[in-house]
Design a protein around this ligand. Structure first.
Ligand code: IMP
Length: 426
């Protein structure tokens, strides 16, 4: 994707998240000078397998696994400082050196313990199926202009005065939501004291760093979290996360203008999964769902929840291509389909008896749509050792060709296993 004309590439999930973005970012980071996370927070779980070691990164860009890349946690992220430092400590035990190459935006908002209590309390009423990491309440506070930013955490003075009205408000909200729990002001003041000093050396105007990198023709990779169908504007609202997961969010969340971006890679699984509640038109039934889940190891990297599994949905990916402005696709986990004799692909929807070309905005309509399936022949042959397209069985190539045709976007990568080297560049 990177070449003389393309030096700022965004990698986004083009379904409901968990598409394997971590692996693609890891592969592209090899050619990047800088990797930027631009939205979401500890709700994400990016799994990268290097040799026989597996890394699950929640808030730190997957690019950290490449010594050459500088990594940025952008202003659009909601940072959970406690788990951020736990993640850093874990990387240190694995011998990953971050010194001088990890930066956190001083404008990023912070997730505090009261956000997690609020998330759990509102989840009892709304039942979105959130990760419980305090993401929604932290973004609510940001938009409500009462949030806490990294710069506040790092100030070093006046923590109690700053936090008191916020903790009080959170406790009033918890009461309103019927929660028996209350946040402790002392605990929050202690957290500020303990983590502010640790965060200060990493906190900076990261938008400026990204701008300078682009100005000097460095290669910048922007790493999205979750997927387009979880975008707060474009997803299956209200069953979404609370940030803009689509490529437009990359400019805002990294602190650069939209004209800086010159490539958008949409990552899709060769089938579809979602975790949490809300519509999933191509959800497989009974044993087939279990088979997909077991073969794909479809359990959440953050919460361990079983993922809901189904077939590739071209209506979703076409929509995703439009709202993200995709310039290419990466198809992951093709190997998971290796044993199926037949593989259904959803080419469109029927809604109330009529064909429906676009992805509906109405959640009730989405619950009613009937997927139109085309059944493709399986290849029933291992794909895990393929290093080029011609190594794949004809039926597997046909399957990929059909996904490309239905999605309207060129396939640039095909991933055929969890290892770093199990990837085909098209
Ligand atoms: P939240 O982001 O924790 O508020 O959760 C909102 C919705 O997004 C829920 O359905 C979650 O399961 C889903 N979600 C959040 N993060 C991820 C992710 O990294 N992968 C897949 N789904 C996610």
């Amino acid at each position: 994707m990177f070449d003389g004309r393309h030096n700022c590439i965004v990698v986004v999930g083009a379904q409901w998240g968990d598409e394997g973005k971590g692996k693609l970012v890891d592969v592209l980071a090899e050619q990047a000078d800088m990797v930027v996370r631009y939205q979401g927070g500890a709700n994400a779980g990016h799994t990268v397998v290097v040799g026989d070691r597996q890394f699950v990164l929640h808030q730190i860009p997957s690019g950290i696994l490449h010594g050459g890349a500088r990594c940025v946690v952008g202003n659009g992220v909601v940072l959970d400082p406690e788990t951020f430092f736990a993640e850093l400590a874990e990387l240190a035990t694995q011998g990953i050196e971050i010194s001088g190459r990890l930066f956190v935006s001083d404008r990023a908002h912070v997730v505090l313990p009261y956000h997690k209590l609020l998330d759990q309390a509102s989840e009892k009423q709304q039942q979105i199926g959130t990760t419980g990491r305090g993401i929604g309440p932290a973004y609510e506070d940001k938009i409500g202009r009462r949030g806490v930013r990294v710069t506040d955490l790092c100030r070093g003075t006046g923590a109690r005065e700053f936090l008191e009205p916020r903790v009080e408000r959170a406790n009033a909200m918890l009461k309103l939501l019927g929660s028996p729990q209350a946040a402790s002001l002392d605990e929050h003041v202690e957290l500020f004291g303990r983590l502010g000093d640790k965060l200060r050396p990493l906190a900076t105007d990261t938008g400026l760093l990204v701008h300078q990198a682009l100005k000097s023709s460095q290669r910048v990779l922007m790493e999205g979290a979750q997927g387009a169908l979880l975008d707060v504007d474009h997803g299956t609202y209200p069953f979404v996360t609370s940030s803009n997961t689509t490529a437009g969010g990359a400019a805002v969340g990294a602190g650069v203008g939209p004209t800086a971006i010159n490539g958008v890679l949409g990552v899709v699984k060769a089938y579809t999964t979602r975790v949490g509640n809300g519509p999933l038109p191509t959800e497989a039934q009974g044993d087939l769902q279990k088979q997909l889940r077991d073969l794909g190891g479809e359990f959440g990297a953050t919460t361990g929840r079983p993922r809901r599994c189904g077939w590739f949905d071209a209506t979703v990916v076409r929509y995703s291509a439009r709202v993200n402005g995709l310039t290419g696709l990466a198809v992951t986990k093709l190997d998971v389909l290796d044993t199926f004799a037949e593989i259904p692909v959803c080419t469109g929807y029927r809604l109330d008896g009529r064909e429906c070309a676009e992805f509906p905005s109405d959640i009730e309509a989405l619950d009613r749509v009937e997927p139109i399936y085309e059944v493709m022949a399986g290849w029933q042959k291992g794909t895990g050792s393929a290093t080029k397209l011609s190594d794949l069985a004809p039926a597997a190539r046909k399957y990929l060709d059909r996904l490309e045709e239905l999605s309207g976007e060129p396939i640039k990568y095909v991933s055929v296993g969890t290892r770093r080297d199990q990837i085909i560049e098209v």
